[in-house]
Ligand binder design. Structure first.
Ligand code: SF4
Length: 379
């Protein structure tokens, strides 16, 4: 089922001009749609840049000028001078692009309903209430709020306002270490698994890692537990990366004794413990490409990326790639953007129509930019 954006978060963080794909673009032969889109793109020239996240389907990915993980794409958005940034990804990524680009640049999300279930699990008002409570228990400035980049602009702004920052799965280690070096406790939102896996890697003792239950009064934590904490994890998660099972990995190892397993750190800690490596999407690609000792891999992340790597790395690097589970690791939100949407956006731009522009409100933008730039400086 396609995840719809949480409407209150959208109102808080972004002003939007939302349009839906007209019928005329549907049911057209895909090759023709892609041909038309590429033709429009070439006529628009340097005015347009298309950024695509690794999880996009191959057909949409084929339009991209640059592709990568959230950190790489955020950096590219901050660097580009193109007038229009078409972001093939999900809503929070387009928001980050709008925050990091100049006022005269325009970020477009081709399919406006492409949200992120994990981002929707952390509403800014609820996180603010949590931070207020933690401050009440431990004192002013005792907690640094750190949000995973998979979060709304308004939540990033909250972190910016409270001397906090943003992290991605590529730099979470550096960012948590930065907070620890300041001698501060951390409130980590929204992904408990990335937070826990990073805290484990940093050697934070288990009993110092607590979980804030967003559906319970005061997070279901006593004042003593909060006082005893070093990091408090918001209990959000990525539904896609939570589906892998230990038995699936063990079965793969039985059938393929030579296999190495690499998973994304949004997976639960039990899955990381069963794996040989973990890494962001860019980290996964680099680890497999650079490995001279191992040629047979199983990957635990979104299926579009695994399928693309299985094809590309067998040709270029002689690697054999397996899914841990092909069926459960599909992100509906990432798959909702199709070539039809990109062609529709490009053909309209040629006619002077700007569709599905993402505009983060100025007050939110300022504070969110502080948090994002702090992350870029730290990483
Ligand atoms: S894979 Fe998970 S975190 Fe990434 S966009 Fe999909 S739901 Fe959100």
């Amino acid at each position: 089922m396609t995840k719809q954006l949480n409407s209150s978060e959208v109102k808080l963080s972004a002003q939007t001009w939302m349009s839906s794909l007209p019928q005329i673009y549907k049911n057209q032969p895909q090759t023709e749609i892609i041909r038309r889109g590429l033709e429009a793109k070439s006529k628009l020239g340097d005015d347009v840049i298309i950024l695509a996240h690794h999880y996009q389907c191959d057909e949409t990915y084929s339009f991209s000028d640059l592709s990568g993980d959230s950190l790489y794409l955020a950096r590219q958005a901050a660097k580009t001078s193109a007038k229009f940034i078409i972001f093939c990804g999900v809503h929070f990524m387009a928001e980050s692009s709008d925050i990091l680009t100049n006022d005269d640049q325009i970020t477009i999300l081709p399919e406006f309903t492409a949200g992120c279930e994990m981002a929707d699990m952390a509403k800014t008002g609820e996180v603010e209430k949590c931070l207020d409570y933690l401050t009440d228990v431990c004192g002013i400035d005792s907690f640094i709020p750190i949000t995973y980049i998979n979060s709304t602009a308004s939540l990033k702004a909250l972190c910016g306002r409270h001397n906090g920052t943003v992290c991605t799965s590529s730099n979470s280690h550096k960012i948590l270490k930065w907070a620890a070096d300041k001698g501060k406790r951390v409130l980590f939102v929204p992904d408990q698994h990335l937070g826990r896996n990073t805290a484990n890697a940093l050697g934070i003792p288990k009993h110092k890692i607590k979980v804030w239950d967003r559906n319970s009064e005061n997070g279901d934590l006593s004042r003593e537990e909060i006082l005893d904490s070093q990091i408090i994890l918001w209990n959000g998660c990525c539904p896609v990366h939570c589906h892998f099972k230990i038995e699936e990995i063990r079965k793969l190892r039985e059938s393929h004794p030579d296999i190495k397993v690499i998973v994304h750190p949004e997976c639960p800690e039990e899955i990381l413990a069963e794996s040989d490596y973990s890494g962001s999407t860019d980290g996964i690609i680099k680890t497999i490409k650079d490995s001279t000792s191992f040629n047979h891999w199983a990957i635990g992340t979104e299926s579009n990326l695994v399928r693309r790597l299985a094809k590309n790395l067998s040709q270029s690097h002689g690697k054999r790639i397996e899914f841990i589970n092909e069926k459960t690791c599909v992100c509906d939100s990432m798959n909702i953007t199709r070539p039809e949407h990109v062609t529709w956006i490009l053909e309209n731009l040629l006619e002077g129509n700007i569709l599905n522009k993402i505009t983060v409100a100025n007050d939110i933008k300022q504070d969110a930019k502080i948090a994002l730039n702090r992350m870029l400086d730290l990483s």
